[in-house]
Design a protein around this ligand. Structure first.
Ligand code: PLP
Ligand code: 3DJ
Length: 410
């Protein structure tokens, strides 16, 4: 495998991209699915924005540096990663807030239907937001139904208003068939919202082709926009004139600087804005996206799949790793850019890995998640991570005494 790993790195068309990132020496970072790494461009751009644009140009920055249009301009950089044509993606707020906008909007487009169908095991904020809308509007206007993944399709009935699913599951990495589920939902008149938190920047997406109605996604995971980077909204153009989202702040107004007293939504995707964008955060994300400008997402996906396959092949060579049970799909086509394993000592193993410079994450109660960000990881990194994992598993008795299994904050 040593040779193969070397050959894979030598022939990796994305290997040079690692230079675009600032990564700590002696760390193998396998948590880009929670917080992406810092790009050199973001670091420079934020310093530029702070020193010059804010420091020297002050209020003039809104026009001089086009801050006012940054949510759309950054959205335009994300659009090709989603398979979305221009004018349908905007960057703003968090996924949670954007889900509120989209859920209420979609429900208002479905008179006579109240059910929001989602999945057990979905990322909790998605379910919490539906519960919040249900409390706000009452059960006569919004009713959450979450079912097991295998049961979803049989729940597609004509009383469902909205299907809300996460494309790549945060725990297992299981990937839904977006095209099939969207088509089946549409056959029953259901509007579809996809959460792309673990997909955007990691797997090729074809939202327009799949005729997706709405989507949300994260700026801070595979898009590398920085901690708390703003999220994005995708709204298919065909819905732009049919909707009005309820967080009708002035930035989504047709003419915010007319300061009129009545709300008039902007045309197009801008209507999904609410308040003043955070320019520092947007600038960091905007600059980070430049790294994707010349990246073929299919090439990136190929590397991601090979990395997970190499990890599994190396793992299989070591008997001491056999107690780590893969909970991600075995078929690489059915999982995103992560591998998750369950183990009774998952928390302790995770902490020990971090101590030794390999950074995955732990998800309660017993899952270790390894995220593979193809733009800044090498195949040698994967091999080193496995070696460290082996050394830890050989010291398990030490582990059990040193670390108590406990809940993690992140
Ligand atoms: C699938 C998914 N949706 C939503 C979120 C959270 O979104 P936000 O914190 O932007 O509201 C996350 C992770 O934080 C996630 O993994
Ligand atoms: N958003 C996060 C945060 O503010 C702190 C710690 C972790 C996160 C995450 O992104 C968690 C992530 N969505 C997950 O898949 O578990």
């Amino acid at each position: 495998m040593q040779n193969t790993v070397q050959q894979l790195d030598d022939n990796d068309p994305l290997a040079h991209k690692r230079n675009a990132f600032v990564l700590p020496e002696n760390m193998i970072y396998l948590d880009g699915n929670s917080l992406g790494a810092l790009t050199r461009r973001s670091s420079e751009r934020v310093q530029e924005v702070v020193r010059q644009q804010w420091g020297q140009d002050l209020i003039g920055g809104w026009n001089l540096h086009d801050w006012i249009n940054l949510p759309q301009l950054t959205g335009e950089k994300i659009a090709p990663l989603l398979g979305a044509k221009s004018g349908q993606v905007i960057v703003c707020d968090s996924i949670s807030v954007n889900l509120f906008k989209l859920l209420t909007t979609a429900l208002s487009m479905q008179p006579g239907r109240v059910r929001v169908l989602s999945e057990q095991g979905n990322f909790p904020t998605d379910l919490y937001m539906v519960q919040g809308v249900q409390t706000l509007l009452g059960e006569q206007r919004c009713e959450l139904r979450s079912v097991a993944s295998e049961q979803l399709e049989q729940e597609f009935t004509e009383d469902v208003a909205v299907l809300l699913l996460t494309h790549v599951n945060f725990r297992s990495g299981h990937i839904h068939d977006m095209q099939r589920l969207t088509r089946l939902a549409h056959e029953k008149g259901i509007l579809v919202i996809w959460d792309l938190a673990h997909s955007a920047g990691a797997v090729p997406l074809t939202l327009d082709l799949c005729k997706v109605d709405f989507a949300v996604g994260c700026g801070y995971k595979y898009l590398n926009g920085g901690p708390g980077a703003p999220a994005f909204i995708y709204a298919a153009e065909k819905h732009h004139s049919a909707v009005q989202q309820p967080l009708s702040g002035w930035m989504g107004h047709a003419n915010p600087f007319a300061f009129t007293e009545d709300y008039q939504p902007a045309l197009g995707i801008k209507q999904f804005l609410t308040g003043t964008p955070s320019i520092l955060a947007l600038a960091a994300l905007d600059a980070a996206l430049d790294v994707f400008a010349d990246v073929d997402m299919h090439q990136l996906r190929d590397k991601s799949i090979t990395m997970t396959e190499v990890f599994l092949a190396l793992k299989d060579q070591h008997a001491e790793l056999s107690e780590l049970q893969l909970i991600s799909p075995m078929d690489s086509q059915c999982r995103g850019s992560q591998l998750s394993f369950s183990h009774p000592q998952a928390y302790a193993i995770c902490q020990a890995l971090i101590t030794k410079g390999v950074v995955p994450d732990f998800r309660a109660p017993d899952i270790i998640r390894f995220g593979f960000a193809p733009l800044y990881l090498s195949f040698a990194n994967i091999q080193q991570a496995i070696e460290v994992l082996c050394s830890i598993m050989q010291e398990q008795s030490f582990l059990q005494s040193r670390f108590q299994q406990k809940r993690a904050v992140t």
